[in-house]
Design a protein around this ligand. Structure first.
Ligand SMILES: *Cc1c(COP(=O)(O)O)cnc(C)c1O
Length: 360
């Protein structure tokens, strides 16, 4: 078998969920498990996140998988339904929905429901992605209040810049202004605003429901802080091994395009991991990687099935030595940073040909 695997630690998931509780002790926790639990495997990740108060997904299909696996907690559809027909799934599987657009209100009003549902009514507080504008919000709220298919309404918004020190100031003012203007009859009892970045550095945003995603998986939501410094543990270890060793003379090159030229006699290890496994092709020479627990660097261009690492100062290591592409020792955020992206993208992008192994 090709020596590559993604190892998933359920203990690390449990630990990171506890960290969310530590940061936001008053709030209920809605664990975000969209995108196949950020690439970790939906049903398995949810096992590690059992103590969550609720889950959030993107598609009814994911919510149905969770219900069929016996998940009892509330499940929120983060973008609501995409058409009127999906209201049937909302009803059958007792889902909560985001409402961010007036057509969703019409679908809700027209739906046949066995029981009224909970709605997260989304406000655009400045990100300009999804949600009602502040001027339109009270009207949408009044329509939902008047709708007998709605049991409860939560004010929801999402931050574009919670990863910066001052990034929630304006949206929080927008939300507060809206809230103050609402007639008393329309005041909402609950709010949900905070993603991971807001959870760790903006306690004033926590309110009733926090929505952690990336921090549960042990990667940082804030570029300037490491996951470890935030008390988070890596959940995924992308592991492989050295499958060949090359002795390269000074002046000779390594890999496609000859992007790395040896300046000294260089021992090059070839690792069974490439961009077709989800390792970023844009990771340049010098991207951190660990061989048998020793930190070293990649060399040259990442190819489809392989990449090269520097073993010059690790003479005892060779074919068969284990390689950590990212994980507890090499933060996925460090690999992402070298490749000009974020940990989120790498975690979501591990491909189907990589076998996943789950550890209690
Ligand atoms: C994905 C998502 C989250 C989680 O964001 P993280 O940065 O991963 O914590 C929270 N809320 C909404 C609406 C999302 O789409």
């Amino acid at each position: 078998m090709r020596p590559i695997a993604a190892h998933i630690s359920l203990a690390a998931l449990r630990h990171n969920l506890q960290q969310v509780k530590r940061y936001a002790p008053q709030a209920q926790i809605m664990s975000v498990v969209k995108a196949n639990a950020y690439g970790h495997g939906l049903l398995q990740a949810v096992q590690g996140l059992q103590d969550s108060d609720a889950f959030a997904v993107l598609n009814p299909a994911e919510a149905i998988q969770l219900r069929q696996a016996g998940i009892q907690q509330p499940i929120l559809l983060l973008e609501g339904v995409f058409d009127a027909a999906q209201m049937r799934d909302v009803d059958t599987y007792s889902l909560d929905v985001v409402v961010h657009h007036s057509s969703q209100i019409a679908w809700l009003q027209a739906a046949q429901l066995a029981a009224p549902i909970r709605v997260f009514l989304k406000l655009d507080s400045g990100m300009h992605r999804l949600g009602f504008q502040p001027q339109a919000y009270a009207e949408a709220l009044a329509q939902l209040e008047a709708c007998d298919k709605v049991r409860e309404i939560v004010l929801m918004s999402h931050f574009a810049n919670a990863d910066t020190a001052t990034g929630v100031t304006q949206p929080m003012q927008c939300i507060q202004r809206l809230y103050d203007r609402l007639p008393d009859t329309l005041k909402l009892s609950q709010r949900s605003l905070a993603n991971s970045a807001a959870i760790v550095q903006h306690a004033d945003t926590h309110y009733d429901w926090v929505r952690p995603g990336i921090m549960l998986y042990g990667a940082t939501p804030i570029a300037s802080r490491s996951a470890a410094s935030l008390g988070l543990q890596a959940v995924m270890t992308l592991q492989s091994a050295i499958i060949a060793v090359q002795e390269v003379a000074p002046g000779e090159q390594v890999g496609y395009g000859g992007l790395f030229t040896a300046e000294r006699p260089t021992r090059v290890g070839i690792v069974a991991c490439g961009y077709a496994d989800g390792y970023p092709r844009h990771a340049p020479t010098g991207t951190p990687i660990a061989v048998q627990g020793q930190l070293t660097r990649t060399l040259g261009r990442v190819s489809m099935d392989m990449l090269a690492v520097d073993l010059t100062d690790l003479p005892t290591l060779g074919v068969g030595s284990p390689v950590e592409c990212w994980g507890a020792q090499v933060p996925v955020d460090a690999v992402a940073h070298a490749a000009g992206t974020i940990g989120y993208e790498l975690l979501c992008a591990v491909t189907a040909r990589v076998p996943f192994t789950y550890h209690a």
